[in-house]
Design a protein around this ligand. Sequence first.
Ligand code: J2J
Length: 540
Amino acid sequence: AREHLPGCPTWPEDFARRYREAGYWRGETFGQLLRDRARDFGTRVALVGGAHRWTYAELDARVDRLAAGLHALGIRSRDRVVVQLPNVPEFYEVIFALFRMGALPVFALPAHRASEIGYFCAFTEAVAYVIPDRFGGFDYRGLAEQVKASTPTLQHVLVLGDAGSHTALASVAREPVTLEGPSPSDVAFFQLSGGSTGVPKLIPRTHDDYLYSLRASVDVCRFSRDTVYLCALPAAHNFPLSSPGVLGTFYAGGTAVMALSPSPDVAFPLIERERVTVTALVPPLTMVWLDSTLAKKHDLSSLEVLQVGGARLSDEAAARVRPTLGCGLQQVFGMAEGLVNYTRLDDPETRIVTTQGRPMSDADELRVVDDDDVPVAPGETGHLLTRGPYTIRGYYKAEAHNAKAFTPDGFYRTGDLVRLTPEGDLVVEGRAKDQINRGGDKVAAEEVENHLLAHPSVSDAAVVAIPDRFLGERTCAVVIPRGEAPAPSALNAFLRQRGLASFKIPDRIEFVAAFPQTGVGKVSKKALRDSLRQSLSTPS
Ligand code: J2J
C-alpha cells in the first residue's frame, strides 16, 4: 500500500483489515463508480440542473475531458482544490474530475467568505479554487482576487460563467488522456467540520469509507434506479452529498435534480416537473415547506420521502409532515465526520416522529458515556462516542485537537448529548460542544469570539445560543466592552469586513460588565445562556 497523505490519521491496520474482510471496504473509487454507471446505465439521466440534462454517459465523458484539462493546467494527484459552487450540475463534473485524477476537493459552502476561504486555501496549500462568477448577489471573483493575493500556492482560479481576469471553467476541457487514478484507501476529499474551535477542522474521507457510507445509505433509504433526488440543501454539505444524497443517487443509478434554492417557489415546480421522489431539508426549511401555500398549487404527489436532519426536528413539526405534504418522513442524524443515523422507512410512525433513528451500519460502534467516559445506565442521557468503518480517526493536520476529539481507542467524541430508547433509537437531547446549531448551520463559538476580540472596543466576548422559534437556536454575542460600548451594528459590520460567513454574524449582541464563572474560573456558558433566556423573555 502506498503511504497515506501526510497529516491524515487513518484506521489501525487491524481495523482496516477487518473492514475489508467484512466487505465494508470493497476497493472501489469514485472515478471507477462513475465509469461503471456510465457502462450500465449510459443513456439514463444522471443529473438535471439549469439548462442541463446529462446522462450517465455524458457526465462520464465530461468528467474525462475536464480531468484532462485540469491535468494540462498542472493539477496533480493529491493537490488540494477548494471548490465553492452553488447547486449546479457542474459541481459534480468538477469533483468527479478531481476524484478521477486523485486531486482532493476541499468542500466550501457558498456562504463562506474571505476568512473561511483564505484559511482553507492556506491551510491545505490549495493550488486551485473553483467559483461561480456571481451567486446570491455576491461576486466571487473579487473574493478570489483577495484570497489569491494572500495564498502563494494558489495558481488557478476557475470560474463557472464570466471569468473576468481568471480562467473560465468552460475553457479547461481537453481531449481525454489516461490518468493514473487514486487507490481506494486514499483520501478522496476534505469535508468541513461544524467545529467548536477557533478555525474549522478538515475531515479527510477516503474512497473506501465514503463509498461504504453511500452503499449503506442507499440500502437503508431504498434508493434505486427509480429514485429522483432533489438536491435542495447546499450541494457540498455532507447530508445532500451522501445521506444518500446525490452521490448515493449516482450509486443507485437514479436521477439527481439540482435546485438553486430550497424555497418552495423554486423547489416545488421542480418536484412537479421532474417527478421527484425524495429530498432532504433542515428543520427550519421543513417548517417553511409545511407552511407554504404553494403546496396546494403544485403536484407534489411523486414525493415519497422527506428526509430531515442537521438539527433537532421538533416532534410537533415531525408529526405534520405526512398529513401536510403527503409523504413519509425520515429523520437523519448525521455528521461529516462519519456516523449517520436514520429512522427506517417502515418504522412505526411514533418512532419516526420522536427519534433520530439508529446507525446505518452494524459495524457502527456507539457509546453513551458520562463526563468521565464511563457508560451511563441504559436510557440515560450522555455523551455520544462513535467508531466505525466510515467514521474518521482524526482531522487533517490537527494532532493536538485530535488528542481531545478522539478517545485513545479511536472513538470520535461527537459532542452530542443523546439517549438510547429501549428499541435502540437515538434521541438527541442536547450538545456539550461549544457550538451553536443555527437551524443546521453550525457556528463554532470560539471562531466568532476570536474575531470579536480583534475589535479594539472588545475586552472579552462569549458567543452562546439563545432559543429561536424558527431556527431552533440563534447566536448571541455577549461582550465586555473596553471603555465605551460600540454599537452592535458596528461590531457586526466589523465581522463582515473581516470576511466571516454571514450565518456566523451574531443575531444579537449584549453588553455586560462581567461573565459568570465556573468553579475553576472559566466563563460559564451555561449560566450565560440561562441569564440571557431570562432577560430576553422578560420585556424591559
Ligand atoms: C439533532 N442534531 C443533529 C439531528 C445533525 C446527514 C444529516 C446531517 C448531517 C450534519 C450530516 C441532527 N438532530 N437530526 O453530515 O450526513 C447535529 C449534531 C451533529 C452535527 C453534525 C449528514 N443531525 N445534528 O448535520 O457535520 O450536533 O452534519 O453532531 O453539519 O449536527 O453536523 P454536520
